[in-house]
Design a protein around this ligand. Sequence first.
Ligand code: GDP
Length: 306
Amino acid sequence: ESLDKGLEKSKASFFDQLSKAVVGKSKVDEEVLDDLEGVLVHADVGIDTTVKVIKRIEERVARDKFVSTGELDRILREEIAELLAENNTGSAILDRPDTGAYAGPFVVMVVGVNGVGKTTTIGKLAHRFHAAGKKVVLGAADTFRAAAVDQLIVWGQRVGVPVISHGMNTDPASVAYDAVKKGLEMQADVVIIDTAGRLHNKINLMNELTKIKRVMQKVIPDAPHEVLLVLDGSTGQNAFLQAKEFTRATEVSALAITKLDGTAKGGVVIGISDQFNIPVRYIGVGEKMTDLQLFDRHTFVKSLFS
Ligand code: GDP
């Protein structure tokens, strides 16, 4: 329900345009598909993924001979859900197999450019795990901005979880090290590490993230278990560019796409997941602690297209 509300704008825009594309037509023909292509591009699905979707529908039309325009939204939903399925099979953090013995914390390193909603997403995640009865530790390793450290501390207080911080301009790797160590000592379930997202120097970014990883591996050799890239869905094509930069700088294992509530560009979720072959794990649909949803492709396409 809150997903429907969160995706309201994308949905309304999509619905309007799709209706215009099929008005007065009973059959899905080349013209309808051309219009549909425009609709998908406008929703920021991205050219490559749009072409892929159109091709799949074309094949279906060729196979079934007659496809009515009334069926178009259902077919679109099916094709897109299938596209998302190809790379959205990973399990969420809370699905980690329970071996009975304490296996150490699940370490999540969160990356992304400033302003995309990184800190907010970490706060929401902390709330989510804490509410599920998990022990959570946060690490304020975005030491480049004073506001980032302060904000994370506020989130920690709000949710009721400890935040490891050494203040501004301290060594991020050392914060990450202490956070992971604290997590292990406390027998925490999840440790979430914030990092600085300065994109202006790719080599620096790469070196910094590599160093943070290397140092936390002194405590937990297979950490981080997840590198979560946070992208602002309302920036459309810019989110694609950021995904490109970050996947070059480090191995990204999952995506959180934020601010989908304020935008008609919800299609960006489909394109990014498809183009980068990275599962979308969470979507942000508001500023509140509870406005983070575990991504489910069926619920998502249903909210977007029906
Ligand atoms: P950071 O610089 O990446 O850490 O970004 P912040 O977490 O400080 O978020 C920047 C702004 O975006 C804040 O005003 C947040 O409240 C807002 N924000 C974050 N996620 C969402 C979301 O899913 N929806 C909306 N509407 N706002 C969001």
